[in-house]
Ligand binder design. Structure first.
Ligand code: SIN
Length: 353
C-alpha cells in the first residue's frame, strides 16, 4: 500500500513538473515572438514595426514604405519605429508571408501574385487584361464582393490585410526584337512571379515560364538564363532591366499591385491610440500611391528611353492587343474553379466595354 502511495506521489510530481515546463515554454515562445514586434512602447523603447519589401526605394512601393515610416513615427510621437528593409534585404516575396505569420516582420506589401501561394482566389489580379485601368482595380478592392471577400480570407491564416497599394500595368521586356504577335513568344523563357495564372499565361502562347524571385531577374537576363519577363516600368527601370533587354512592348496586359499585410495578432495587440495613428499614416500613404503610382511609371519610361536609346519600344495597337487577349483567353476557363465564377463575374462587371 505504501509502495502504491509513493508511486502515485512520484507520478503527480512528474505531471506537475511537466505542466510547469509547458507553461514556461509557452511563455518563452510568446516573448520571443513579441520581441520582434513588441506591442508596449516605453519611454526609451518604441514599438518596432519591421516592414520588408523587395523593390528599390525609387519605385511606388519603395516611396510609399518610406512615407508610411515617416508618418507613422510622426503621428505616434515616436511610440512606433518603422524599420523599412527594401530590395529583399530581409525576405524574398516567396518567404515573406511565412515571416509575417511568425511575427519575424510585422508588415510587408507583397505583390498580389505572391498572395496566391496561400490564397489561390487572389489570382484574379493576374488574369491577363482583366482590369482596364487602375480605377477598376481600386473599385474592385473597395467592393465587398471582391476586396471584402479577398481580405477576409487572410484572417484564416493569422494575417490581416490593411490596404492595397498600386504599382501599375505590366509590359514585356525581351532580349530580341519586340514581341508583337502571340507567335513571337514561342519557345522563349520568361520569368514569372509565383503565380500559376502567370505561368499559364505564358504557356498559352507557347513560351516557357520560369518562376524566379524578383531580386534574381537582372542577372538571369544578363546571363541569358531567361529571355525576358513582364513588369511595370518603375520595376524595369529601378532594377536596370532595360539595360539588359533589346526591346520593350508596351502591352499593359496585366496588373501589378500590392496587398499591405500584417500579423493579425500583432496588429490587434497594438494599444488602440497607437493603432489609430498608424492606420491614419497608412491611409494617407495609400492615397499618395493611388495618386502617384501611375505617374511614376510614366516618368520612368522617359528615363528608360534616355538611358538606352537602342531599346526598341513598341506600343501594341488595339488590334494587336485583341490577338494577345484571344491567345491568353484560355486562362479564364482553366482558372474558373480556382478563383470562383462569382469573383470573376464581379470583376468582369467593372469593365466598361
Ligand atoms: C514587386 O513589385 O514587389 C515585385 C514584382 C516582381 O516580382 O516582379
Amino acid at each position: 500500500m505504501k509502495k502504491w502511495f509513493a508511486l502515485l506521489l512520484t507520478m503527480m510530481l512528474m505531471l506537475a513538473l511537466a505542466a510547469g515546463c509547458g507553461a514556461r515554454s509557452e511563455q518563452t515562445t510568446k516573448k520571443e515572438g513579441s520581441s520582434e514586434g513588441k506591442t508596449e512602447a516605453t519611454d526609451d523603447k518604441p514599438i518596432v514595426i519591421k516592414f520588408s519589401h523587395v523593390v528599390a526605394e525609387n519605385t511606388p512601393k519603395g516611396q510609399a514604405a518610406e512615407m508610411f515610416k515617416e508618418l507613422a513615427e510622426k503621428y505616434t510621437n515616436g511610440k512606433v519605429e518603422v524599420q523599412v528593409f527594401p530590395n529583399s534585404q530581409l525576405y524574398t516575396d516567396e518567404d515573406v508571408l511565412a515571416a509575417i505569420q511568425q511575427n519575424n516582420v510585422q508588415m510587408a506589401a507583397p505583390a498580389t501574385s505572391v498572395v496566391t501561394t496561400l490564397f489561390p482566389e487572389w489570382t484574379i489580379f493576374d488574369f491577363p487584361f482583366v482590369f482596364e485601368d487602375v480605377e477598376a482595380v481600386q473599385a474592385a478592392m473597395e467592393s465587398e464582393e471582391i476586396g471584402g471577400k479577398l481580405f477576409n480570407m487572410l484572417k484564416e491564416q493569422k494575417l490581416l490585410g490593411l490596404a492595397m497599394w498600386d504599382n501599375g500595368f505590366k509590359h514585356m521586356h525581351y532580349s530580341g526584337k519586340a514581341l508583337v504577335k502571340p507567335e513571337d513568344f514561342k519557345g522563349k523563357k520568361f520569368r514569372v512571379m509565383s503565380s500559376k495564372v502567370l505561368e499559364e499565361q505564358f504557356k498559352a502562347v507557347g513560351a516557357n515560364p520560369v518562376p524566379m524571385p524578383f531580386g534574381e531577374v537582372y542577372s538571369a537576363l544578363e546571363q541569358g538564363v531567361i529571355d525576358g519577363g513582364e513588369n511595370t516600368l518603375s520595376n524595369i527601370y529601378s532594377k536596370k532591366m532595360h539595360e539588359v533587354s533589346k526591346s520593350l512592348t508596351l502591352s499593359s496586359h496585366g496588373y501589378l499591385g500590392y496587398a499591405v499585410i500584417t500579423n493579425a495578432e500583432f496588429w490587434e495587440g497594438l494599444p488602440a491610440d497607437v493603432r489609430e495613428q498608424v492606420e491614419k499614416a497608412l491611409d494617407e500613404t495609400t492615397q499618395w500611391v493611388r495618386e502617384n503610382g501611375e505617374k511614376m511609371n510614366k516618368e520612368e519610361l522617359e528615363k528608360i528611353k534616355k538611358e538606352n536609346p537602342d531599346l526598341e519600344i513598341v506600343e501594341l495597337t488595339e488590334e494587336q492587343k485583341k490577338a494577345w487577349m484571344e491567345a491568353f483567353d484560355v486562362v479564364y476557363k482553366d482558372f474558373e474553379d480556382v478563383v470562383g465564377k462569382d469573383l470573376i463575374d464581379a470583376v468582369m462587371k467593372l469593365r466598361k466595354q
